[in-house]
Design a protein around this ligand. Structure first.
Ligand SMILES: Nc1ncnc2c1ncn2[C@@H]1O[C@H](COP(=O)(O)OP(=O)(O)OP(=O)(O)O)[C@@H](O)[C@H]1O
Length: 274
């Protein structure tokens, strides 16, 4: 189960005073001639649900990939809890407390739901390879704890009853929940969700919204990339909007929704005509 939220309770997080958790500082990322990110800066504060939105090709996934160690920015820096993450390896970034899900689900299809989550929980085990090979007591203890924790996470995301089923036999929505459970198993401070509602019907989207809020209420900060504007507006505390690799707006959902530049970006018309 994710950690208990210190200032327990529902409702929006106390965002304005929250400490900086992730700082994207003037990040530029080029792929050959394509500038996917162009001097992008924003700060995600502890306890908030932060949305990163923008039209297709705006640079959202590239930004995620830069944060999670898949790409190294051409310029600029990303800091997590004040420490530089640019240049670190993926596992180092995971162990600092950043977890993510992917736009295209990436589970181990032949493993059970429980095993998929246990892989995430295993990341924190301290036993050596030899300890695991000979099933020493410490390894067995850690395995049992990982199993318990993974079952609690499956319960938390609402698919405990599917624990013993192989991932590929789960419905699409269940697989998306499983991905979230697996990411939470690494005990993240920041959970990054890349279009978690893609392919969902309205009822599933509403359920997902509730789940994202519950994750936040356990003390985990959430970064959400999402195309569905209604979903983003309904759940986030603040939003940054990208277009052609540049940040064109940042603010509360209401501020962003009424920003002519954002309206123009989404409607594909010049700002003064929107
Ligand atoms: N590995 C890569 N090599 C070359 N160009 C890339 C690579 N990854 C992304 N790009 C380009 O960078 C730009 C930003 O892409 P990115 O996938 O980050 O956008 P996005 O906002 O996530 O879009 P979508 O909503 O369609 O997923 C696009 O022009 C894309 O073609």
């Amino acid at each position: 189960m994710p950690h208990e939220r210190s200032s327990a309770g529902a409702g929006p997080a106390p965002v304005p005073g929250g400490a900086a958790l992730l700082e994207v500082d003037n990040v530029t990322l080029r792929f050959g001639g394509v500038t996917a990110l162009d001097g992008v800066s924003f700060t995600i504060r502890q306890g908030e649900i932060f949305g990163l939105i923008g039209p297709n090709g705006a640079g959202k996934t590239t930004c995620f990939n830069a944060m999670t160690g898949i790409y190294r920015p051409t310029d600029g820096e990303i800091r997590f809890t004040g420490k530089r993450v640019t240049g670190l390896r993926k596992y180092e970034i995971t162990s600092m407390g950043i977890a993510r899900t992917f736009q295209n689900i990436r589970l181990f299809p032949e493993m059970t739901a429980l095993e998929n989550v246990m892989v995430g929980a295993d990341a924190h085990h301290k036993t050596s390879v030899l300890g695991a090979l000979f099933r020493l007591p410490r390894h067995r203890r850690e395995e049992a704890q990982g199993r318990e924790k993974s079952l609690r996470l499956l319960e938390f995301v609402g698919i405990r009853h599917r624990a013993g089923h192989v991932a590929r036999n789960l419905s699409y929505g269940e697989q998306r929940r499983l991905e979230i459970a697996r990411a939470l198993a690494t005990d993240p401070k920041l959970l990054c969700l890349d279009e978690p509602a893609a392919g969902f019907n309205p009822a599933e989207k509403e359920d997902l919204l509730q789940l994202i809020r519950r994750v936040r209420d356990t003390g985990v900060t959430v970064l959400l990339i999402e195309h569905d504007m209604r979903l983003v507006m309904g759940v986030t505390d603040r939003i940054a909007v990208l277009e052609f690799g540049r940040k064109i707006a940042e603010g509360t959902p209401a501020e962003v929704r009424d920003d002519p530049k954002v309206i123009a970006a989404y409607l594909g018309v010049p700002a003064d005509a929107a």
